[in-house]
Design a protein around this ligand. Sequence first.
Ligand code: 1GP
Length: 244
Amino acid sequence: MNVYTTILEKKAKGLKQFAVLIDPDKAIPEEIERIASISNDAKVDYFFVGGSLLTNDHLGKCILLLKQHSNIPVVIFPGSSMQINSNADAILLLSLISGRNPEMLIGKHVVSAPYLRDSKLEIIPTGYMLIESGKATTVLYMSNSQPIPSDKDEIAVCTAMAGEMLGLKLIYMDAGSGALNPVSASMIKSVQSNINVPLIVGGGIKTPEKAFEHCQNGADLVVIGNAFEKESGLIKEIAFAVKQ
Ligand code: 1GP
């Protein structure tokens, strides 16, 4: 079954979903194997793999290691058009709808289109929204765009609605990796109640309580990366909180 259908089916059953984000630059092979094994036990739903800025050519190796040690679907969460790899199961084709940088809205997609078609990856068109988070995250700097102010719920709602009307299949609200402040409860609630497509929320989630709270507020899928780089054992606790 493809990844998007799985996301939709779990949402329809009211099951909350959890993705472990792996930055291929930061994870050494032993650590990737360890994360795969813990994630198998914890019944993690997806691995997201990618980064706003990769300084090593480890994406392919990272995907292969995950595929060798787990059956959990691997989804590329690309930081650039260079992050395409056929060994993954799917790729989020991100359009940065919170910003007004044409390259991130459509330019990179034009350049990538023939490579994506040849890759045979499942392509999931995703409306990606950066939310201001209290510090300059790598994604914010690299995307050369302005985030949505953290207290402007109405801007987030209208942006997400426009993304859905344009045909995007997922909305991803991201405070950015290592964000000081995760996306607010009121913004998640407001956006969720105005769209029908699944809502992904990530950035700055460090505790099972915060993951649980995001799910209660309306996130269908939460993404966590940074917190596991220090403590991969947290994966089990967070999976438990999300599945509750
Ligand atoms: C970043 O949403 C992801 O794009 C995850 O953020 O690394 O802070 O968990 P963290």
